[in-house]
Design a protein around this ligand. Structure first.
Ligand SMILES: Cc1cc2nc3c(=O)[nH]c(=O)nc-3n(C[C@H](O)[C@H](O)[C@H](O)COP(=O)(O)OP(=O)(O)OC[C@H]3O[C@@H](n4cnc5c(N)ncnc54)[C@H](O)[C@@H]3O)c2cc1C
Length: 575
């Protein structure tokens, strides 16, 4: 059996930042990071636009309080304000700390860190490295892991959280290269497994964003919080869905419909293209519904709108958002200097997740915590984003709460012993689970079931939701779950069996999809990213509270957690 003081699942910003903090606090601790990708291929590396912090390098009038207010208003008042206060107060320090680790942020002419405008932020406060911010930060963090001697298990797939008597004791994982199964025991287990964009058919997320950590947590009997809040990013490149960063609008690009109008004037006149993502995505969906979308040949009535950069000029485009120019050029043959880009909303971010307190300790329910279990980053819900995240607040969350969780873990494991685990039992069960999948005499291909499931989630739990749609979605989901036990795998081997990994990931996707649908169906109001045509108003009397959902084979049980309101009383949300 493998043993570590701390095992962290996830090599993205949250996992790496936590590992660095543990090593800084107590260099003697034996810390390991495990990831199913190479850590540098974690989705964090794809983050483009930047990371918010009220450094006041560009905008002297900014403050952490203004950042906190924007975040809470952006969240449609569902964010926990104690957590938002920590996020925004600590932001300037964590940015400077990253800079000291070696992160190359873009600069102002006088050498200070540059800051740009971003949706929903009332001041220019987003720090960036051109439009490759995640790349710049993750590379330095991974370098630092190596410097601190953190052990990295790269390309190992974690398939189970070992939870016994309310305590997380370790993991079951296998090496993708040769199928070797190992049990790891540890004094503390941390999940930093990222989001679940692949639950939907069009997403900006990478192929690894399958919500594995969420599914393993739910399958262990622990709750997930606010899973109904799924963020659609307004500008996914049509038809591929990859992200065109909000930085492009932050630098001045326009959204226009088939009539050439900047339609955001009708939805958010004071913020225009820089309204929060939920509002901008819905505006685009309304324009397309009303027949003012564009077809490939430029005529009206199609299923995308234009993102127009032409007035920005070649020099600005190439210096501030070169990667977005390249994406459009490479993927759909559009030269944004002379042509508008075709865009429409794409699934981007998971506001909900594993419920944690501000030290990253996982909650076991509305009261109490799980011993030895921590989480941070996109897979967690602390909750700083509430019903809608503001752009450039997620990298910030990963770094602020990755760091805090790391510090809390370093403290937690002091003077603790390694737990005892029946290794043979877990190895046997893992082997049986894998063998059963390999032996299944099925009739369905993974791709077929996954595609049908993703289409179902997109159609029945998308931008616009109703009870009728979601009930149909839940019904269809049962069919897909039945089909899962009739999936046929071609590859029966143990060497780089990526088909087997995909089968396990599909199980995660379906558990997460069911949690999203059931939580969304239960929330009979519209708030942030969750928009119900049958309950189109926000209902603070009944729903100013967090959903806590428990998974079981029989169905999903829903309970609630109160929202922490310390600074800003809920108001109507207008831009
Ligand atoms: C295209 C794009 C651009 C973005 N731009 C911005 C931006 O400009 N600003 C901003 O604030 N936010 C941005 N975001 C959001 C932000 O990047 C993410 O929310 C954040 O990086 C998530 O980091 P993380 O550490 O939580 O997880 P990730 O970086 O997603 O890492 C997850 C890790 O978990 C591992 N893992 C998962 N499951 C398993 C398993 N079963 N076994 C082993 N390992 C596993 C993966 O291998 C990976 O290492 C963007 C997101 C996307 C998709």
């Amino acid at each position: 059996m493998l043993e570590h003081d701390v095992i962290i699942v996830g090599g993205g910003l949250a996992g790496c930042r936590a590992a660095v903090e543990i090593a800084r606090k107590n260099p003697k601790l034996n810390v390991a990071v495990v990831a199913k990708t190479h850590p540098i291929r974690s989705h964090s590396v794809a983050a483009q636009g930047g990371m918010a912090a009220s450094l006041r390098n560009v905008d002297e009038a900014d403050s952490w309080e203004a950042h906190a207010f924007d975040t809470v208003k952006g969240s449609d008042y569902l964010a926990d304000q104690d957590a938002v206060e920590i996020l925004t107060r600590e932001a300037p320090d964590v940015v400077i700390d990253l800079e000291h680790m070696g992160v190359l942020f873009s600069r102002l002419p006088d050498g200070r860190i540059a800051q740009r405008a971003f949706g929903g932020h009332s001041h220019n406060r987003t720090c960036y490295a051109a439009d490759k911010t995640g790349h710049a930060i993750l590379h330095e963090l991974v370098n630092n892991l190596r410097r601190f001697g953190v052990q990295i298990y790269e390309e190992w797939y974690v398939m189970r959280l070992i939870l016994e008597e309310g305590q997380a004791k370790g993991l079951v994982m296998f090496r993708i290269e040769d199928g070797q199964i190992e049990v790891v025991r540890a004094k503390a287990v941390m999940f930093a497994t990222g989001g679940y964009g692949r639950v939907y058919n069009t997403t900006s997320n990478d192929y690894a964003s399958c919500g594995d950590g969420l599914a393993m947590t739910a399958l262990a009997g622990l709750p997930l919080e606010d899973m109904e809040f799924v963020q659609f990013h307004p500008t996914g490149l049509y038809p591929v869905g990859v992200l065109i960063s909000e930085a492009v609008r932050g630098e001045g690009a326009y959204l226009i419909n088939s009539e050439g109008d900047r339609f955001m004037a009708n939805y958010a006149p004071s913020r225009m293209e820089l309204a929060p993502r939920d509002i901008t995505s819905r505006a685009i969906a309304y324009e397309i519904r009303a027949g003012r979308g564009v077809h490939q040949d430029g005529t009206a009535g199609g299923s995308f709108v234009y993102l127009d950069l032409r007035h920005m000029g070649k020099e600005k485009i190439m210096s501030r958002v070169p990667f977005c120019w390249e994406e459009a050029h490479r993927l759909v043959g559009v030269d944004a200097v002379t042509q508008p880009m075709p865009v429409r909303p794409t699934i981007h971010y998971c506001m909900g997740g594993i419920p944690v307190n501000t030290d990253g300790q996982v909650r076991s329910g509305s009261q109490g915590f799980v011993e030895g279990f921590f989480a941070a980053g996109e897979t967690s819900c602390v909750s700083v984003h509430g019903a809608n995240r503001l752009g450039s607040n997620s990298l910030l969350e990963c770094v602020v709460y990755g760091k805090r969780t790391g510090a809390a873990i370093a403290q937690y494991v002091q003077n603790r012993k390694l737990p005892t685990i029946d290794e043979q039992r877990y190895i046997k069960e893992a082997k049986e689970q894998i063998q059963a999948l390999l032996d299944q005499p099925g009739q369905y291909r993974i791709n077929q079931v996954r595609q049908a499931f993703q289409d179902c989630m997109t159609e029945y739990c998308g931008v616009f939701r109703t009870e009728e749609l979601m009930q149909e979605g839940l019904r269809q989901l049962q069919d897909f779950q039945g089909q899962y036990s009739q999936i046929y795998l071609d590859d029966k081997g143990s060497c780089w069996n990526t088909e087997l990994v995909e089968a396990l990931e599909l199980r995660s996707l379906m558990v997460v999809g069911q949690m999203i649908l059931a939580s969304a169906n239960n929330r009979r109001e519209s708030r942030g990213a969750h928009f119900r045509e049958d309950y189109s108003q926000r209902d603070d009397t009944n729903f100013l509270r967090h959903t806590i959902a428990y998974y079981s084979a029989a169905g999903i049980d829903i309970q609630y957690l109160p929202v922490s309101i310390t600074m800003f009383q809920p108001q109507e949300r207008k831009y």
